[in-house]
Ligand binder design. Structure first.
Ligand code: ZN
Length: 241
């Protein structure tokens, strides 16, 4: 690591968005410390993906924290609630979906903040996005701004004036297609990522959950081929709006 290179903590889920956010942070010259969580999700595929992405992109250090958030339930991603499937992109419902995990980004950002203070890293990157799927309240700019204000009231280094925390959301106002184009230009290998909420037992993405639908639509609109395999037969309406 170069001396005095600025450090950033990057939340890395193993999905397409966070891999792109990491690529942006690296492009901006940060020495990156990526952070993933075992929080009670149904499968470890996304954690394996996060580790692949972190290694391929050359982070300074990758950390996986085992936290008990999923024990509280309340989400289709952690509880015995069926993950909704959609025949077509346009059938995605309005409002906050059952795949919302109560307070997840607040918990994740709190851990990122703690690590940032320890590392003396003023910058935290998170791949939230408010354009293509705005159902999650903890992905909105108002929420991120409020967390950043709170962060600078919460930690010793900020109160003493030696660290000013900034939360970076480079994808906030990009469409999924723009995110994919940005990442592709920065050399992100999307074959390493995992987005599906409800993969098959063999690990293949289902192609029909909201996350798969958005991903397929994004690649289609970007004019690129999604390099990951999907459960067969591939849905004929994949990506169509
Ligand atoms: Zn899926």
């Amino acid at each position: 690591m170069a001396v005095n290179k600025k450090k950033a903590v990057v939340l890395l889920s193993g999905g397409l968005d966070s891999a792109t956010a990491l690529a942006v942070a690296l492009k901006e010259g940060y020495s990156c410390y990526s952070l993933s969580f075992l929080y009670g999700q149904r499968h470890r595929l996304e954690l394996n993906a996060a580790e692949r992405v972190a290694k391929a992109m050359g982070v300074e250090r990758h950390m996986v924290l085992d936290i008990g958030l999923g024990c509280l339930g309340g989400s289709a991603l952690t509880d015995r609630i069926e993950v909704p499937k959609y025949e077509e992109m346009r059938t995605l419902p309005e409002g906050i979906p059952s795949t919302y995990v109560p307070a997840r980004n607040t918990v994740f950002l709190a851990y990122a903040l703690a690590w940032a203070e320890v590392l003396r890293a003023p910058d935290i990157f998170i791949g939230v996005n408010a354009v293509d799927y705005s159902g999650y309240p903890d992905c909105r700019p108002e929420y991120i701004g409020a967390f950043e204000s709170m962060a600078n009231l919460a930690i010793k280094a900020a109160v003493e004036g030696s660290l000013l925390i900034r939360i970076h959301t480079p994808l906030m106002h990009l469409t999924k297609a723009e995110i994919i184009r940005t990442g592709s230009e920065l050399g992100v290998d999307y074959s390493l990522t995992h987005s599906c909420y409800d993969p098959q037992p063999n690990g293949l993405a289902c192609g029909q959950c909201a996350s798969c639908r958005l991903r397929l639509k994004g690649f289609q609109e970007a004019g690129l081929i999604d390099p990951i395999p999907y459960a067969n037969p591939r849905p004929p309406s994949a990506g169509r709006r």
